[in-house]
Structure formats: structure tokens, C-alpha cells
Write a protein that binds this ligand. Structure first.
Ligand SMILES: [Mn+2]
Length: 322
């Protein structure tokens, strides 16, 4: 099985407060690229790791948007499977899905939800859980299911677990409740795990016996420093390659200056932009002044106002794109 895996999409009719009006078109264009890329790379399946939609209230997501997503995802006749995220459900309850945009989307031929084992592909879904104390139960099911994929069994595939979960790589922590990758790997015992939920780029890494990957969200909805610098990407996973690898494919995207409402940025997000932690981060890295990103990192390391940093970012990216 060759799969194209997509992280958090956050489809929405209205742009998040800091984004320009083209948010919906931009994210649908990225989704179109993903489907075309899956076709180009002869993928058997497209996998989405949760948070396909942004708004949990069904009445605030239009039929038009659900239909556009449906048309894009089914354009190449490649089956699409989606493991529900917390934004796809109300009160994190799977039984709310029928009345949610994702539940409607998954009624289209060729689109289905991935919860538990897939009947045809070596993939297993664990959605965002209301209570992570229930994780060992889901994981036991995964472990039992994964036993069919052992060498000499006649099923040469390496199994892939898809989840929407607050997993953090070894040595990293989060200011909210999270599960360390080594703890997750101890429950999972073997195989490969792609996870959504955390929008930052974690890339691919190994913990215990498990290969992990989180390529970050497809959308850029907030103005956290990592969103400003992060290049959206998706992942190709081939269950027959040995050793198995997660291959990053960058998704064409607009420069930051066209995504964010620069004039409003300061007043809207000044309370949220964690510039201090960012500055601490760049303070410990070497500055490469030869690249636009290097110059930006240097500018950010100076004690300037956020508005100045944002404006400098806009000008530099504009210059670089010419
Ligand atoms: Mn999300």
C-alpha cells in the first residue's frame, strides 16, 4: 500500500481572525494539490489524520463547503479515509458524527471514516478520544490486529496506525496534557504511527519500536511563530518499503504576507503571539544571513515590536518571491 497522508485541514467558510479572506480557497487549493499528488505518485489511498473541518457546529459549515471537499477528494477515484479529530466531533463524542460535517462528507462514495482496522489496507485508526484513559483498550485492539503483519506471514505490509492525539517527541513537552512518544510506543509495541492534532512540524522520528511522523497541519490558521515559518507539507508512506519511511512532500502555498491580515495582526494577536519563547528559541541557533529565513531569524532576535517583525517579514518575503 502506498498512501498519501494529510494532517489537520481545518476547512472553514470563514477565515480565522488573523487570516485574509482567501482562507477557504487557499485550503481547498492545497487539498486539490494533495489529491493530484496522490494520483501522480500512484497512491492506493489518501489518509487524513483528523480535524478535516474547523467548526464543530454543523449549522456554521455550509453545504457548499462540504460539497467542494467531496468533489475534490473524489476527483481521482482514490479512496479517502479520515480518522476523526476533536474539531470534527461535538464534546469529543463519536456518536455526534452523523450530524457533523465530517459525518456527511464520509457518506460520499469513496470517502469513509477510519476507526479501528481498515478492511483492505494495513491501516488502523484511533480517533481523538474523549478520555485518553481509554487508550490502552484501543491499543490492545491495534496490537492484536497488527500481528498478521509479521515476516513470513504472507502479508508483507508494515502496519500504519493513524491517530489524532497530543503526542510529543522524546524530550519535548507541551503546556497542555500530552502523551510522550515513548509511552505511546510502549503501548503500540510495533509498527508506524502518523498523528495529527499538533499543528507544529515534528517530522519523522523513532521512539521504542515505533516510527512516528507528524508533518504538521495543512492549514496555517494561527499566528504562532511556527506557523509563520512553517511550510505546509504532506507525507507519502509505503507499507512495502523496507525499512518503512515517511517521505515529506511540500505543498505549494502563498507567502505569509498574503495569508495574514498584517495590519490587524498586532491588535488581534498581541496577547497570543508567544514572541518571547520564540526569541529564546532563535537565540540558541546560528544565524545564516545568506538566506531570507536567516535574515528573518536575525530580525526576530532583535528587540523589535511584533508589528515591525511582521512588516519586515512581509517585505522580505515579497522581495524573495520576485
Ligand atoms: Mn487541529
Amino acid at each position: 500500500m502506498k498512501a498519501l497522508v494529510i494532517g489537520d485541514v481545518h476547512l472553514g467558510d470563514k477565515p480565522p481572525s488573523v487570516r485574509t479572506d482567501t482562507y477557504q480557497q487557499d485550503i481547498l487549493a492545497k487539498l486539490e494539490f494533495c489529491v493530484a499528488e496522490a494520483k501522480r505518485q500512484s497512491c492506493d489511498v489518501i489518509i487524513q489524520a483528523g480535524d478535516m473541518f474547523h467548526i464543530k457546529t454543523p449549522s456554521r459549515t455550509s453545504h457548499n463547503l462540504v460539497r467542494s471537499a467531496m468533489e475534490i477528494l473524489t476527483a481521482e477515484d482514490i479512496p479517502t479515509v479520515i480518522t476523526p479529530g476533536n474539531h470534527d466531533m461535538q464534546h469529543d463524542r463519536l456518536d455526534s458524527l452523523d450530524s457533523q460535517p465530517l459525518g456527511v462528507l464520509a457518506k460520499a462514495p469513496g470517502i469513509s471514516l477510519l476507526i479501528g482496522p481498515h478492511p483492505d489496507f494495513p491501516i488502523f485508526g484511533i480517533p481523538f478520544l474523549q478520555n485518553w484513559m481509554d487508550l490502552p483498550h484501543s491499543m490492545n485492539q491495534y496490537v492484536e490486529w497488527s500481528k498478521q503483519f509479521v515476516p513470513m506471514s504472507g502479508k508483507p505490509d508494515a502496519p500504519l496506525l493513524i491517530t489524532h492525539a497530543p503526542i510529543m517527541p522524546p524530550g519535548q513537552s507541551a503546556p497542555y496534557e500530552f502523551i510522550g512518544a515513548p509511552d505511546w510506543a510502549a503501548l503500540m509495541q510495533n509498527g508506524n504511527c502518523y498523528y495529527g492534532h499538533i499543528h507544529d512540524l515534528h517530522g519523522s522520528y523513532t521512539a521504542g519500536n515505533v516510527n512516528f511522523c507528524n508533518q504538521g497541519a495543512l492549514s496555517r490558521g494561527s499566528l504562532h511563530e511556527t506557523d509563520l515559518r512553517r511550510k505546509p507539507a504532506v507525507t507519502i508512506f509505503d507499507s512495502l518499503s523496507s525499512p518503512t519511511t515517511f517521505t515529506r512532500v511540500e505543498v505549494p502555498h502563498k507567502p505569509v504576507s498574503e495569508c495574514y491580515r498584517m495590519a490587524d495582526v498586532d491588535k488581534i494577536e498581541s496577547g497570543q503571539v508567544r514572541l518571547d519563547s520564540f526569541l529564546r528559541q532563535v537565540g540558541s541557533t546560528t544565524i545564516e544571513t545568506a538566506s531570507v529565513e536567516g535574515i528573518l531569524a536575525h530580525i526576530r532576535s532583535l528587540d523589535l515590536s511584533e508589528r515591525t517583525v511582521v512588516e519586515a517579514t512581509r517585505l522580505l518575503e515579497e522581495a524573495a518571491s520576485k
